[in-house]
Design a protein around this ligand. Structure first.
Ligand code: IMP
Ligand code: MG
Length: 182
């Protein structure tokens, strides 16, 4: 297991993204957080933004491997018709999830619709996806921390790590002892 981004590096990245968003949407924006992975990132992001921000959330099911079919489990509360909308994702991997989601949201007639992803695994992309705002690119590694989980674990880590997928598959708590000293 290796550390990919320190808390300080994440803070720098978040400040840069917040500045990009603030200058792209001077009159305000709706941020749509995809539960649950985006929550930590989104909470830091909004507090660095210098424009009016409305926040809403939706939750989607993970797709069965290879299918790309995703379901909305919890929908937005607000109507995004005519609004400038940015979907905030923790991580875009194959691109299947975000592609499905953008298709669903586009039908609701937003004034504009873009994506802000903390981490882009561009090399793993199956569906070409335009990510307007990207925090950092990583290779083909399994990432945990700063909102990003494995089986519900590790979201509250302040740093981002590359986990060992084989170990985590065998035991979801495989990295707990090393990563939580308390
Ligand atoms: P997709 O392959 O782009 O559809 O990615 C869908 C979702 O898979 C992401 O939003 C994450 O929730 C999850 N995922 C993909 N790669 C990782 C990873 O490295 N760590 C944790 N979750 C991941
Ligand atoms: Mg996700």
């Amino acid at each position: 297991m290796t550390r990919l981004f320190t808390g300080e590096e994440l803070a720098t990245t978040v400040r840069r993204l917040a500045a990009e968003l603030s200058s792209a949407y001077p009159d305000g924006v709706v941020l749509v957080g995809v539960l649950k992975g985006s929550v930590v990132f989104l909470a830091d992001l909004v507090r660095e933004m210098a424009i009016p921000v409305e926040v809403d959330f939706l939750a989607i099911s993970a797709y069965a491997e290879g299918t790309g079919r995703v379901r909305i489990l919890k929908d937005l509360d607000i109507d995004i018709a005519g609004r400038h909308v940015v979907v905030v994702e923790d991580l875009v991997d194959t691109g299947l999830t975000i592609t499905y989601l953008l298709g669903q949201l586009e039908r609701r007639g937003p004034a504009s619709l873009e994506v802000c992803a903390l981490i882009d695994k561009a090399a793993r992309r199956i569906v070409p996806t335009r990510l307007r705002f990207v925090g950092a690119e990583v290779g083909d590694e399994f990432v945990i921390g700063y909102g990003i989980d494995w089986a519900g674990r590790y979201r509250n880590l302040e740093e981002v790590f590359a986990g060992e997928l084989e170990s985590l598959r065998a035991d979801p708590d495989a990295h707990v002892e090393q990563l939580y000293s308390g």
